[in-house]
Design a binder for this molecule. Sequence first.
Ligand SMILES: [Zn+2]
Length: 499
Amino acid sequence: MAIPDYFARNAVAIAQALSGLDDQRLTAMLGEVRVGITFGKDAESKEGCALTDLLVRLIARLYPTLIFRADSENGIVDRSRELARRINPNVELSGDPTVEVVVGSTALPPWSAQRIFAGSNGWIAAISTSAPQPCADTNIPFGSGVAACLAAANLFRYVFLPEPRLDANATFDVLNSTNEEHRSAIAFPPLSTDLVLAGCGAIGNAAAWALARTPVKGTLTIVDHQTIDLGNIQRYVLAERADEGSSKPLVASRYFTNSLRAIPNESDFATFLEITNHRIERLLLALDSARDRRAGQASLPKWVANAWTQPGDLGVSTHDFLNGACVCCLYLPEHAVMNEDATIAEAFGVPERIMQIRLLLHRNDSAPRDLLEAISTAQDIPLERLLPFEGHSLRDLYVDGFCGGAALPLSRMGTPRTEVHVPLAHQSALAGILLAAAAVRHELGIGNGSQVTQLDVLKPLPSVPSHPVAKDPRGICICQDSDYRDVYTRKFAGPLLGT
Ligand SMILES: [Zn+2]
């Protein structure tokens, strides 16, 4: 089968989203599905091209067979094939489709019984199972970007869920404003903004995809110290197969050919905060760890937005430090979190060995043979599946072996801890596009309060995805601390401003 060589990470993401799926069943399901993509005439518009680009970048990472056709021969089929090949060099590009995604308005007869129609108009994404959705010709990438993610989400549900619920006729207004003047207000005159994107993982990739296409002026500093590994390619929309081993911020920066200038920065986030002396105006957080998110907020940027994926959903939050919830309010411990050593000892099935495990974790040491044998017995896993982890840190055995499917069969993984969750590609991409949109909405003066938007990609769109969030009621957060509030006010809102 024409699956990509980074397929193992796909299998983990899918097994984490849908419980009870094993390797053979997943491989069989993907072997049976052939995705047709039909382009209407308006798929050559600016939004149609953007929608197509992201859609191919999402689905070519997962589905081994893609078949493209268009109303008229205008190059979009060839460009899509080339892009799909750069993402999965093994992709199969012929066959009879079993399910079809339609971009824009088409007169072509149906290819398969199930069609998913996607289109957009500026800030508005449209998705349907019954009628073609036109593609407008604005240079606003948010409606088209969200439409691509929603098309991929509906396709995923159709293929993998036993009783899929699709978006029969839905729109998602990314602008979410009653002021109609805002809809075309990005480009004339162009907005100017200086942004910092902290983290260029799966969410950061999609945020960069959208910002590179947004007609705003200014700079985007992309901060990430890591390089792309093979498993990352499962969900990094800007990464192609040849990008393995390349710097994450450098790969993202090559897409910025319009008015917004990208500045790659290969520091880790803590070092970046030191270098910039904690003076950031607008910060987009697309980081893995809660600790780094709190550090970003504690550096007291003027404005901050935050995006995440976790088992079950994705979310984006925007923050008014003085008057609403700050980022730290969302990451305060609700209850005592189980210590890492206890979690790992329990996951391995050897809670009686917690002291040994604590020591090994503390020294960042590898598991000795007797511990591997005990885990093998407790979990009924052949010892051979654990032996490759001899010499690797115990943490690797937990993260890659037990949460990543290398030692424990996929069907037994269950819902993982948030920090080892592997999201679906379209889940991270949707979070990233909403994060980028939040920055432009803020520039337009929309939604300046603290607000959270949450979506579950395994279900149809909710009617009200966003709600305001208040500060933590216990009064224990930095945004309720008079020292922090004074520093913030002096930095941005007080009498010193502009002097
Ligand atoms: Zn707070």
